[in-house]
Design a protein around this ligand. Sequence first.
Ligand SMILES: Nc1ncnc2c1ncn2[C@@H]1O[C@H](COP(=O)(O)OP(=O)(O)OP(=O)(O)O)[C@@H](O)[C@H]1O
Ligand SMILES: [Mg+2]
Length: 563
Amino acid sequence: MPKIQFLIFLTLSFELLKFINPYIMKIILDELTRAGSIDWQKLLWLVVVMFLVGVFGSAYYRWIDIKRFNFLLNLDRYLPNILHQKLLSLSLGYHEKENTGNKIVKIRRGVDRLGKLLDNATWDFFPTAFQTIFTFIFILIIDWPLGLVFGASIPAYLLVTWRMNKIVGPWRDDSQRNYEKSAGIMGQSMINIHTVQSFAQERYEAKTHKNVLDTIFNLENKIWSKILNYNFTRNTILDVGRFLTLGFAVYQTARGVITAGSLVLFFTLSERVYSSVFRLSRIYDTIMDSAPAIKRLDSLMRTETDIKISGAPARHKVLGKIEFQNVSFAYIGEKRVLESVDFTINPGEFVALVGPSGAGKTTIVKLLYRHFDVTGGKILIDGMDLKKLDMRYYRKQLGIVTQDIDIFNDTISANIAYAKPDSKFEDIVRVAKVANAHDFIIKMKNGYDTMVGERGVKLSGGQKQRIGIARAILPNPKILVFDEATSSLDSESELMIQKSLLEIAKNRTIIVIAHRLSTIRRADTIFVFENGKLVERGTHKELTTNDGLYSRLHSLQVAGEVR
Ligand SMILES: Nc1ncnc2c1ncn2[C@@H]1O[C@H](COP(=O)(O)OP(=O)(O)OP(=O)(O)O)[C@@H](O)[C@H]1O
Ligand SMILES: [Mg+2]
């Protein structure tokens, strides 16, 4: 991939080349208007050189163009990928803050605008800027008073351009933010389409979107009206400058200060510069127009993940001991959801977390995965501080069935093998059987090759959960977490999974979160949470004989079942 500096250098050399022919033209004219006999041979040679320069110029330009294309195409290839990786590396905390549509538009528009900017810069801005500067120097050499008159109008022109962009800058920032917002609204309504249609809120969604689009329209309108107004001023400045310099040049020729050839050369060059300056300001406008999108992209690139590893990351083979030491936690900018939580889980133990909704059970798991860092206290894995572990290496040894199963728009077998894409088919079938999913899978039209649709729309809640369970146990994790993993299943399927669970529970630590207490009856230890505090612990037997929260929850459920 060619470097941008190299491209600029090539452009610069090409712009210098463009001065040769007008200069030869001047020599020819001076020769023709000179007193005395004309040297025809010299003229012939000059014409030949002009021709050769022209041909060489075209070939050279073609070569530069190839380099530029190459550069821009490569940009489209690498940049979105780099940004995607960046997004994937940011913590869950970041992603929970930002809407999906926003993020996608930020990348799309940013890449688009950056491409346009570099496109403009390499094709237009630098060539034109070089040309203007060189021409100015050239004219100064021909006749410096003329050069000064010529140069006088340009600063005024640039000042007006700068001022205009300063005025519209904040409007452009605002417009970019609204573009992101518009994509956010659209994305959101697509993700929640089921609810939108069920509650017949299509018009409301479209209206909300339209309001944002109207805002963008008004902003862009304001921006472009301002620019068009300023364009009038800018053109007038150029026209006045042009009139003065050309008049002065004719005057200098009449006085005999410069030759007729120089006058023609000056006309050619100065016209070129005037149109260049005009173009330059146009390019500057579009560059400034791209600036907000690029700034947002840049700030995304500079965002650092808030989950950092202290010291050299340790690649630790997990045995399965988990200690929470006096852990407290609050989501960023929120009130505390966990307070002084203290517990130890030994390798190979089967523990359960229970408690009312919102008590903090899922949060415990997020901390165990280090999606968030604890606010106070410590988490130790096999006695090592979680913050010192190589995170990806560590997470690969964990398996989780989340409360809402994420399903990819792919085949069933690809979804099961997500954590280990190179798995053998028989392994996939084996875990599907453990998860009690095999039977329903083979009944589907294409069996394991059935496409499940985006977010698994073609699957029932219980089917998704069973695929989630198969996915979690496939890589043979040392710690397995089931967060409400069987809540959507009928009692019979659940019982079957529980039986196979006893089989897979060997040699690994298992944490099960469940509201249905029958699910966790056999756990070695049950931790009971209430309002972010660990209020009781013990076996099912111990806890039911206590007169605490667990026994209350238990008797409510038993009563419900009897009735
Ligand atoms: N990303 C988040 N940002 C801010 N607050 C959150 C976030 N996730 C959860 N909470 C809050 O933290 C508290 C604990 O939530 P958590 O999901 O851990 O509960 P839970 O015990 O798993 O409940 P449930 O049984 O309903 O799944 C709740 O009050 C919730 O509002
Ligand atoms: Mg939960």
